[in-house]
Design a binder for this molecule. Structure first.
Ligand SMILES: Nc1ncnc2c1ncn2[C@@H]1O[C@H](COP(=O)(O)OP(=O)(O)OP(=O)(O)O)[C@@H](O)[C@H]1O
Length: 224
């Protein structure tokens, strides 16, 4: 089942066309990797999927009542950011009258904190957490409201390899339990390791897509 269908999409900032004639679907159960070099337009497509950027042409249709969890590319939290990990994760509970959570919300929060392995640091200020812990807190925040689709925008860019694998192993576990994932990256290794399908934005504005085992290597793309 298609959660999102993109049909003949064109996106631009003023006169600067970034995406032209792009069509793809995000299906239920996918771990779809959107891959492309810097400036290819990955974040621009995500902004359109989230409804922040109006298409110049084409259509984006979403399944009824589709709930999307989103982990953005950058977050500059200062070391003195005061909220505890648990409170930060709870910010995304749509039913919440924060900080007075209902029992069901407390349970949902407990569950996601346990599943993202944050229990031991849940009362610590998020500003003092390590890079990997912060990423897991962002993930937990995006997932606490039970979305059907998770969009991760380059969330691993500042992490070392070990931490990237740790974070994506968590995401893969959620995906095996029914979450659909759109992962934005320029890391071929991660794409091949975790993806089921790919959508590649090419430097000339065109794109290709298919099952992950058909993703051309980094070198092949550079030599086109
Ligand atoms: N708000 C904006 N106004 C004008 N141009 C923009 C804006 N945001 C992005 N661009 C331009 O659009 C193009 C695509 O940018 P985008 O951030 O979508 O690429 P990306 O593939 O996500 O790159 P990266 O991998 O570096 O994050 C770039 O040329 C960028 O300079």
């Amino acid at each position: 089942m298609a959660l999102i269908s993109v049909d003949d999409l064109s996106l631009a900032y003023g006169d600067h066309t970034v995406i032209e004639n792009l069509s793809f679907q995000v299906n239920s159960g996918d771990f779809l990797v959107m891959i492309g070099e810097n400036g290819a337009g990955k974040t621009t497509v995500v902004r359109a999927l989230l409804g922040e950027l109006k298409p110049r042409r084409g259509e984006i249709s979403r399944a009824n009542h589709l709930k999307i969890g989103y982990v953005p590319q950058f977050r500059n939290l200062p070391a003195n950011y005061p909220l505890a990990v648990r409170d930060f994760v709870a910010l995304n509970l749509t039913q919440s009258r924060w900080p007075w959570l209902k029992k069901t919300e407390q349970h949902r929060l407990d569950r996601i904190i346990r599943k993202t392995n944050l229990t031991t640091i849940e009362d610590r200020p998020l500003g003092l957490a390590s890079g990997g812990e912060k990423q897991r807190a962002y993930l937990a925040q995006a997932l606490v409201d039970d979305p059907q689709l998770l969009i991760l925008d380059e969330s691993t860019a500042s992490l070392d390899n070990e931490m990237k694998y740790d974070l994506l192993d968590f995401v893969a576990k959620f995906q095996q339990n029914g979450l659909s994932v759109l992962f934005i990256t320029h890391d071929w290794d991660l794409a091949k390791r975790y993806g089921t399908r790919y959508l590649q934005l090419l430097p000339d504005g065109s794109y290709q897509s298919g099952p992950i085992n058909e993703l051309p290597s980094d070198e092949e793309v550079r030599n086109v």
